[in-house]
Design a protein around this ligand. Sequence first.
Ligand code: GAL
Length: 381
Amino acid sequence: MIVNSKQTNATIIFLLICLSINCQDKNHLIKPGQIWPDTEGKHINAHGGGIIYYNDTYYWFGEYRLPRLEKDKSHYGVSCYSSKDLLNWKNEGLALKVINDSASILKPGCVIERPKVIYNKKTGKFVMWFHHELKGQGYKAALTGVAVSDNITGPYKYIRSIRPNAGVWPLNFPEEYKNATVKENDLRNGSDEWKIAVREGLFVRRDFEAGQMARDMTLFIDKNGKAYHVHASEENMTLHFSELTDDYLDFTGKYIRVLPGESNEAPALFFSGGRYFMFTSGTTGWKPNAARLSVAKKIFGEWKSVGNPCRGTEDENKITFGSQSTQILTVNGKKNAFIYMGDRWTPDNLADSRHIWLPVEWEKGNPVIRWYPNWNLSKLK
Ligand code: GAL
């Protein structure tokens, strides 16, 4: 075949056009705070979320937030996206949907936040837990909901929502706290006496019969396969770490209080180099505040707060680069590589909230985060 130079030029131009279209379509960098287009070009609508790695694929579950103009609230639930490279995400639709039945507590209008999914090797099922609030009741109910599926992308079957650990004391709750008689109404909210009483279990006693409050939550699987439900409890003053049953669908009743009275939420845990690390935020609602890092040698051990893990300017550190933690992702196939995942909330248009992903770096054995306007995974060792 004789190929003339005109044909060659045309072929080269054609190839260049294809290449540039391909480049435009694909994400090559993580760009914290910017619109993150999925494979259809739409901003990823999975907030307060978490990622699990299964069958060579990452699955990202998060709050599907109704876009401002969306009237049909029954579209609300937990969204799921899949990706091979952590950059380009395909929308897999809603993994859990609100239930269009006014008798259901999962009906449209209820609140579903911070969903997390884990895989149970023994049962072969995927288990989703999420913070659940009842329609029209603000954040009063403080429930945790559970759903299950045979397929990772769903549909997840809703089981129930509960207040965990009704009728059981935390493992690290001294005898004298159990017997204390001071009540909420005896004290001025926020006073020094109130703070001491909260640390000494005021709300644990108050909620003993009905079950402990569960708001911001995450899940964590330990090396031995035991799973833990970690949530903000006691009016968001104290975190509870609760062991789940072997099928991950219920609580065993074994739980501990962590950092009592220190007002932590948005917990995100990971394990590295023989230690457990936890990022949390303070409690300022949708407004970002300074992140806190805590460390422990055992999951049910002594958790110690070691300060702010942000390494930016003073202003950036005060607001965690404008974000609130949701998960620390362990990157598969890399040694000791983790990604901080946070949300930059837009309260009046939550669907537009931005994803703040930053590489976890290390300083004197502890994880720290710095701002990068864009970065790729080669940053991770
Ligand atoms: C935050 C919490 C979010 C959401 C928000 C509502 O503190 O982390 O998940 O619940 O409050 O104000």
